[in-house]
Design a protein around this ligand. Structure first.
Ligand code: PRP
Length: 181
């Protein structure tokens, strides 16, 4: 049975408002400083583009691509680097940008990993947060919208590589399979 778009959960107008709010907050918090936004591929590419354009402070942008070890399971909490940063973040103010935080294992590992590279500071920003699925206690500095434990797609989030381009966030109809984002 195929997956299908069941319902729109978050409309594009709400997402735009979220980006304006987070952009204003980050610009205030980092006033007088330059930040490095690190987008975690692939899902974060849409949010990072919108968020970056709401910032009024100097910004550099880089990307990482990571993958969970172990055939897609997230049990270990260890992530493998598929693409590392191009930039040296030593002495820089870093904000890691995610589309969604689920178990928290990815960000938890990135905090440890990037922390070893001596940034001046490191903060985390996510468009969407699913706190009901959290497996590790992680502080997220900037949270866009808290969402229920539904499988969502759109605005960067995919199912099997598809739907990332949807401008709204939609709930995907179930074919009986559960699963994490
Ligand atoms: C998603 C999301 C985060 C991670 C969050 O990426 O972009 O990186 O999962 O999950 P966690 O909190 O349980 O660690 P995904 O592995 O689906 O890759 P993608 O961004 O390429 O779609």
């Amino acid at each position: 049975m195929a997956k299908y778009i069941k319902d729109v959960l978050i409309r594009r107008e709400q997402i735009e408002e979220m980006c304006r709010r987070l952009g204003k907050q980050i610009s205030q918090d980092y006033a007088g400083r330059e930040v490095v936004l690190i987008g975690v591929l692939k899902g974060a590419y849409v949010f990072l583009a919108d968020l970056a354009r709401q910032l009024t402070i100097p910004v550099c942008i880089d990307f990482m691509s990571v993958s969970s070890y172990g055939g897609g399971t997230r049990t270990s909490g260890i992530v493998r680097i598929i693409k590392d940063l191009d930039m040296d973040i030593s002495g820089r103010h870093v904000i890691v940008v995610e589309d969604i935080v689920d178990s928290g294992l990815t960000l938890n590992h990135l905090r440890d990993l990037l922390g070893t590279r001596n940034p001046a500071s490191i903060a985390f920003c996510t468009a969407f947060d699913k706190p009901d699925r959290r497996r590790v206690d992680i502080r997220i500095d900037y949270v866009g919208i808290v969402i229920p434990d539904e499988f969502i797609v759109g605005y960067g989030l995919d199912f099997d590589g598809r739907y990332r381009n949807l401008p709204d966030v939609a709930i995907l109809g179930d074919d009986g399979q559960g699963g994490s984002q």
